[in-house]
Design a protein around this ligand. Structure first.
Ligand code: BV8
Length: 240
């Protein structure tokens, strides 16, 4: 079956790739479904990754992101990330990478134009609309840092549950899903929307959908095939 899918990759005019946390698993970044560790063992990420959790417990949420940032700073792109970056370089204009991941590993591997639907964990922004006093260069240090004048808090520049995705990235992703004739869905449990919906959009637009994931997911329903392999093993062969 891998050879059949390799044939589909070769003959496809436009390829869209949608990745999730499983893409970074072999870099050593725990997926969202992996058990939370340490201080956050008894918290559900879907509850921590919300504005209401941050407003209620700013230090707990801020420190969770700091913990994840330190972990991500210590890892590097894996063979799967590098294979996608090489493929994009060899097939400009024929390939769109859409990621749910906030770890920046696709961008680090060379996919600098990846559509980052959920933002980037390495960046911060103001929690409330910044006033003249809110300067990113005059922060009062803390967990989180804040504006020394009005107390406005800094927050991770990621998309939390209940927040809208960046409009342009989502629009570009939806167009890529509509226009592709092959979509590879790699390392995602397909449970978070609107990102997961892109696989349905591709299918409804007549594209072939191929999943790369050792486990079944709800997206299997629209997949022509699931390659039950880890991304870092499968993608270098699939895209060679
Ligand atoms: C939105 C950033 C419009 C933060 C993330 C009620 C109110 C409001 C909205 C909703 C609602 N009910 C439902 C929704 C929609 C909600 C949603 O989808 N909820 C789900 C849980 C049901 N979505 C939203 O809220 C989105 N916004 O809808 O706005 C709106 C606005 C207001 C009011 C109404 C509507 C925003 C969603 C974005 C959330 N932010 N990340 C942060 O990272 O801290 S999502 C976060 O979780 C990740 O970014 C990622 O996207 C997701 C985790 O999913 P996966 O990436 O799939 O990872 P996961 O661990 O789940 O799975 C890993 C997979 O990899 C597994 O299948 C595994 O088998 C596989 N795997 C493991 N190893 C490997 C592998 N595969 C290959 N190789 C390997 N080696």
């Amino acid at each position: 079956m891998l050879d059949t899918v390799r044939g589909w990759v070769r003959e496809a005019h436009r390829i869209a790739v949608l990745t999730g946390a499983g893409m970074s698993a072999e870099s050593g970044v725990p997926t969202f479904r992996d058990a939370q560790t340490g201080l956050w063992a008894h918290f559900n990420p879907q509850e921590l990754a919300t504005e209401s959790a941050f407003r209620a417990h700013p230090q707990r949420v801020w420190d969770w992101y700091e913990h994840r940032r330190q972990m991500i700073a210590a890892v590097k792109p894996n063979a799967g990330h590098l294979a996608l970056a090489d493929f994009a370089r060899q097939h400009p204009g024929r390939f769109t990478l859409i990621t749910q991941n906030v770890d920046g590993l696709h961008q680090l591997a060379g996919n600098t134009d990846a559509l980052a639907l959920h933002g980037n964990i390495a960046e911060d922004r103001w929690l409330d609309a910044p006033r003249a006093c809110c300067g990113a260069d005059s922060l009062e240090p803390g967990h989180p840092p804040r504006c020394p004048v009005c107390g406005n808090l800094r927050r991770p520049a990621v998309v939390w549950f209940g927040e809208h995705l960046p409009a342009q990235a989502l629009e570009d992703a939806e167009r890529a899903a509509r226009e592709c004739d092959l979509m590879l869905v790699v390392g995602t449990s397909g449970e978070v929307y609107p990102a997961a919906g892109l696989a349905f959009t591709a299918h409804q637009s007549g594209a072939r959908v191929v999943i790369v994931n050792p486990e079944p997911t709800p997206l299997d329903a629209v997949a022509e095939h699931r390659l039950s392999e880890p991304a870092a093993v499968c993608l270098p062969v699939l895209l060679a």
